[in-house]
Ligand binder design. Structure first.
Ligand SMILES: N[C@@H](CCC(=O)N[C@@H](CS)C(=O)NCC(=O)O)C(=O)O
Length: 215
C-alpha cells in the first residue's frame, strides 16, 4: 500500500506530516497541490486545508493526527516526553516568524505557486490578514534581530542534535517545522547547537531546508 501525502511545500503543518515518514523511513507519494486548487482538498475532506493523507482510498486531515497515525505503524519513535519550554519558545516566536515568512514564501520558487493564479491566490489571502507585504518587507531588520535573540535562548534547551529533549518526541516535529519556516528568512544567525539540530533533523527526516533560497 502506497500512502499519498497531499501538501504545499512551504506549509509548516505539511512539514510535520512529511517528517514522520522520513524519520521512520517509510515510503510515501509526495503530491504538491497548486495553492488555488480548492476543489481537490474540499472533495477529500470537506475543507481547503493541507496536509491530507490518503490511505486505502480514505482521507485524513490534520497534521498531528497524521503524525500519530503514521508513528503507530510499526514501532513508535516519538516516545520522549515533551518539554513545556519548547512549546513556550515556539509560541513566543510564532507571530514574528510568520509575519516575516509569508511575504518571502509568496515570492519563493515553490511548486504550489507554479502558476500566476496560484501565487496570486496565496498573496491575496495572506495579505488580508497581515497587511501589505510591501510594508513588512520594507523594514524587517528589527524583527530579524528579535528572532536572533530568541534563537540564543533556544540553544541551551537543545539536549542533542538528534532530538531536542534527548529522545525524539512531538517537540521535534513542532520545533523542526518552525525552524524549517525560519530557514526562508535571510539574516537569521543560528547558534551552533541550533544549527547542528536543524541540519541533523533535516537529514533524518528527509525534509530539506530553505537556506539556498532564503530572501
Ligand atoms: N490544523 C491544520 C492546519 C493546516 C493548515 O492551516 N494548512 C494551511 C497551509 S499551512 C492550509 O491548507 N491553508 C489553506 C489556505 O490557506 O488556502 C493541521 O494541523 O493540519
Amino acid at each position: 500500500m502506497t500512502q499519498k501525502l497531499y501538501i504545499y511545500d512551504h506549509c509548516p503543518f505539511c512539514v510535520k506530516a512529511e517528517m514522520i515518514f522520513g524519520l521512520k523511513n517509510l515510503p510515501f507519494e509526495r503530491i504538491i497541490l497548486l495553492n488555488d486548487d480548492e476543489a481537490t482538498p474540499i472533495g477529500m475532506v470537506g475543507r481547503k486545508s493541507l496536509p491530507i493523507l490518503e490511505e486505502d482510498g480514505r482521507f485524513m486531515p490534520e497534521s498531528m493526527d497524521i503524525v500519530t497515525h503514521i508513528d503507530q505503524q510499526g514501532t513508535p519513535i516519538l516516545t520522549g516526553t515533551p518539554n513545556p519550554a519548547i512549546t513556550e519558545w515556539i509560541s513566543a516566536t510564532s507571530s514574528t516568524l510568520y509575519r516575516l515568512f509569508l511575504p518571502r514564501a509568496a515570492c519563493a520558487p515553490l511548486p504550489e505557486f507554479a502558476t500566476t493564479a496560484a501565487r496570486a491566490y496565496f498573496l491575496t489571502k495572506k495579505e488580508a490578514s497581515t497587511g501589505p507585504f510591501f510594508e513588512i518587507l520594507k523594514d524587517s531588520d528589527g524583527e530579524i534581530g528579535n528572532l536572533n535573540t530568541m534563537l540564543k535562548m533556544l540553544a541551551p534547551l537543545i539536549r542533542s542534535p538528534e532530538a531536542v529533549n534527548g529522545t525524539l518526541s512531538t517537540d521535534d516535529i513542532h520545533l523542526f517545522a518552525h525552524l524549517h519556516s525560519l530557514s526562508l528568512i535571510r539574516g537569521i544567525v543560528y547558534p551552533p547547537a541550533v544549527e547542528a539540530y536543524r541540519q541533523t533533523l533535516s537529514r533524518l527526516s528527509g525534509v530539506g531546508l530553505y537556506d539556498g533560497i532564503a530572501a
